[in-house]
Design a protein around this ligand. Structure first.
Ligand SMILES: [Zn+2]
Length: 307
């Protein structure tokens, strides 16, 4: 049984929050998924919305739902962060796979190697087009998490350079847990699965976390990725929402340093100062009894006629 974690809402202090950047290669999202059953070959449909093109073998309705979610999360960022670039010069093509079997056909390399973590979502930047691939049959309390996670990778790529993997994935996880309601958007919500995993695991030493890259076991091995994603989320959540961190603009300063070309290990030492202290603080943060989340006014929806 998983307990529910209490959370309280705060108005978002937009000026203090920024989005961070990109790395080359693809970035993943991981989630709990159900096993796929054998299927007949099926048609792929194309749905175009004002800013995205979705291809899916899950049917027209599902494809439109994915396009709507991408449009909504895009509109949220465009409204909340007027200075953040939200549209790439090249189109974003989204491949919405109805199940694991389809995603495996799209990204076979993840299934070929034993013990390699299998993603539920994938973002691949390209010179002419950007691609995102995701599974439609994922489970969990927020079915759109993967969509939001992949869109954040796109934003990060558009706005920053040279971010370390923990920050890229941590930002994607932080913003991924967004609920778009009738009037408001709630985002940066505490992720129960991450918190519960972190509470029952030994955390990675902070210097290990900060150095994980795309070649690291923590980014690739099935039994290691969960703790890396959870801890990256926790660190970003702490840096974004803790009052002292916000006042000191710690995350903004780190982003500016690495975006300006500073080596990220050096930037971490400079901006976070005492890494051992940060490690201890992070341990207590995941054991907090209360977490903050952000509340933003819901942006206007795109009418059906525009799909
Ligand atoms: Zn990712």
């Amino acid at each position: 049984m998983k307990g529910r974690l209490p959370s309280i809402r705060v108005g978002v202090a937009l000026g203090a929050v920024m989005l961070g950047a990109v790395v080359f290669g693809g970035e993943c999202a991981w989630t709990s998924v159900s096993a796929g059953a054998a299927e007949k070959p099926e048609m792929w449909v194309e749905v175009r919305s004002p800013h995205f093109t979705v291809y899916s073998n899950g049917g027209q309705k599902q494809a439109q739902r994915v396009a709507e979610q991408f449009e909504q999360i895009r509109a949220m960022f465009a409204q909340a962060f007027p200075n953040v670039k939200v549209d790439p010069g090249q189109p974003l093509i989204i491949l919405a796979a109805k199940n694991e079997k389809t995603l495996k056909a799209l990204l076979p390399e993840f299934w070929e190697q034993k013990g390699r973590a299998k993603p539920a979502g994938w973002f691949q930047p390209g010179q002419e087009k950007n691609y995102a691939a995701l599974r439609l049959d994922t489970q969990g309390d927020n079915p759109f998490k993967i969509i939001y996670h992949e869109y954040v990778h796109l934003l990060v790529r558009l706005n920053y350079q040279g971010l370390p993997t923990w920050l890229n994935e941590g930002l994607a996880e932080f913003w991924a847990n967004t609920i778009i309601g009738d009037k408001t958007v709630r985002t940066g919500r505490p992720d129960e699965n991450h918190i519960l995993l972190l509470r029952e695991s030994k955390l990675l030493p902070i210097d290990v976390l900060l150095k994980v890259d795309h070649g690291s076991p923590y980014y690739n091995e099935a039994n290691k990725v969960s703790i890396f994603y959870a801890q990256s989320w926790a660190l970003v959540s702490y840096l974004m929402l803790d009052e002292k961190m916000r006042q000191g603009k710690v995350l903004t300063r780190f982003l500016q340093a690495v975006n300006g070309g500073k080596d990220d290990t050096e930037a971490a030492r400079e901006v976070f100062a005492d890494l051992k202290k940060l490690e201890k603080t992070l341990e207590s943060y995941v054991r907090s009894s209360q977490f903050y989340e952000l509340e933003i006014k819901k942006p206007a929806e795109i009418p059906d006629s525009e799909y």
